[in-house]
Design a protein around this ligand. Structure first.
Ligand code: NAD
Length: 485
């Protein structure tokens, strides 16, 4: 049993940031490196009193220099932060790879996406405008877009940098003061982000960070009576609890939840173009991606061809330690590994048509799950309907366009869908018929798209983050009606 952490990112990891000051809490939690199961770093165990202090600091910031700052200066501050992130990509990528088990090049892409979010929202901060509204004679009516006030951000462990970028980045651009509760499984880059924000000159209290357990710090933040807006990214059951807390306080909540997203391959699809998207969107981040394409629906005439091509691509999927930059890294925890394996135990052996390959360098103490490609089951099989959140894809046949739509829409979720067809008319029909917050035509953007509004329907959640749309979500509209005769 190790007593000392194996990694030093260059700052004290066991502190919370409240009102510009890094402080110790009464307890701590230990992070594990998913690649080898070793003791990675010690973090603070924030609880209700720490959340109270963070919310109070955020409220104070709204009354102080942060609240007085012009939109242009807020934007400049975010742009400076984006440049600092871009300058430290290697540092952040190594931290994320160790903490999440994400292959190094994927972690680099996440750090670059964080920089891009900050660049995007930095540039957009002073371009969100109200409207003038034609009204009765003698009136001038206009709208103002104002921040909610204190916003709470509860994020998961799978894409910490990207989710912080899209959520905290947009909230700060609109002038909110944020309290961020990162996940207890992985939160080092959230702490690094906060340190860079200080370096960029973000006023004290505009961003407060309190790591801790979901049922302690997370529950305290979502139930806090002085929080004006909640942004939650995570599982459906916890999302329901957060929405319940928001309902008690009558505050708006954005829920970014799970998915069982399909890619539909029609008889006229360009398979050479589609193949990398079909596979990557299922195994990226070891399948621990909300928008993972875990269902591949294929016209029956091409089922065998697609299954064979995907199976052959799976043979090249090497699974190994994150820092060796394999195609597939470990999953986050032994708990997550157990969940995925219990799903796989529900498949018949003859459903499995391909698996990835474990690298010789993968320590037996790491949390490795071999990517698994399945076919031959019914569309209502639990593996074809439930979110597994691991590197598992199911290939299913369809005969007609109507059947394809019906299978694609037959889950509780509706996050993302992909369609592969050369027919423009079919693309347009499918874009309308599919139950999803995003539809990709002849491409598939799992996890990407800083500029593209993102969010779900059904149990995938509600509200939109990313793109300009997020700025509307992180602000509220005030209507001003002036009577001047
Ligand atoms: P989770 O719901 O267990 O945890 C997410 C966050 O909620 C963590 O910070 C956790 O500490 C916190 N939390 C846990 N219990 C809480 C409580 N009672 N009150 C308040 N906060 C609490 O989710 P997870 O297992 O870590 O993440 C995986 C899920 O997240 C998957 O379903 C995945 O699809 C989803 N996800 C969705 C998106 C999206 O953008 N739609 C992105 C990433 C992940």
């Amino acid at each position: 049993m190790e007593t000392r952490p194996i990694y030093d990112p260059g700052f004290a990891t066991d502190h919370v940031l409240v009102g510009g000051t890094w402080m110790k809490t009464t307890g701590s939690l230990d992070l594990t490196d998913p690649s080898d199961g070793r003791f990675l770093a010690r973090i603070a165990r924030g609880r209700a009193p720490d959340i109270d202090a963070a919310v109070a600091a955020a409220r104070n910031a709204l009354e102080g220099p942060w609240g007085q700052m012009t939109a242009t200066d807020r934007g400049r501050c975010l742009s400076r932060l984006g440049h600092l992130v871009a300058d430290r990509i290697d540092w952040l990528a190594e931290m994320e790879a160790r903490d999440v088990g994400k292959p190094l090049s994927q972690a680099r892409a996440d750090a670059a996406a964080l920089a891009r979010y900050l660049e995007f929202y930095g540039g957009a901060a002073d371009k969100v405008m109200g409207e003038t509204i034609p009204y009765q004679a003698g009136y001038t009516v206009y709208t103002l877009r104002e921040p909610h006030g204190v916003t709470g951000h509860i994020v998961p462990w799978n894409y910490p940098m990207q989710i912080i970028g899209r959520s905290v980045g947009a909230a700060l651009a609109m002038g909110n003061a944020c309290v961020l509760k990162p996940a207890e499984e992985a939160c080092l880059t959230a702490l690094a982000f906060a340190r860079l924000a200080q370096e960029a000159g973000l006023p004290d209290g505009a961003l407060n960070v309190v790591p801790g357990l979901g049922e302690e710090a997370g529950a305290a933040l979502s139930a806090h009576p002085d929080v004006d807006h909640l942004s939650f990214t995570g599982s459906v059951p916890v999302g329901a609890r957060v929405q319940g807390s928001a309902a008690q306080n009558i505050v708006p909540v954005t829920l970014e939840l799970g998915g069982k997203s399909p890619q539909l391959v029609f008889e006229d699809a360009d398979l050479e173009r589609a193949l990398p998207f079909l596979v990557n969107a299922g195994i990226q981040n070891a399948g621990q991606t909300c928008s993972a394409a875990s269902r591949i629906l294929v016209h029956a005439s091409r089922l065998e061809q697609v299954a064979r091509a995907m199976a052959s691509a799976y043979e090249d999927l090497n699974v190994g330690p994150a820092l060796s930059d394999p195609r597939v890294g470990p999953v986050i925890s032994t708990r997550q590994k157990d969940i995925i394996e219990s799903f796989l135990a529900k498949a018949d052996p003859d459903h499995v048509i391909a698996r990835g390959v474990l690298s010789d360098t993968a320590p037996s103490s790491g949390h490795y799950v071999l990517p698994t490609l399945l076919t031959g089951m019914r569309a209502d099989h639990v593996l074809a309907r439930d979110e597994i959140f691991g590197p598992v894809q199911v290939v299913l046949p369809f005969e007609t366009e109507e059947e394809a739509i019906s299978i694609a829409n037959d889950t509780d979720y509706g996050l993302v869908a992909g369609v592969w067809t050369e027919s423009g008319a079919r693309q347009m029909r499918l874009a309308k018929a599919l139950k999803a917050g995003q539809v990709f035509l002849n491409n598939y953007g799992a996890g990407g798209g800083v500029e593209l509004p993102f969010g779900g329907v059904g149990k995938s959640g509600h509200g939109r983050e990313k793109g300009f749309e997020a700025l509307y979500g992180f602000s509220q509209l005030k209507t001003v009606a002036a009577h001047h005769g």
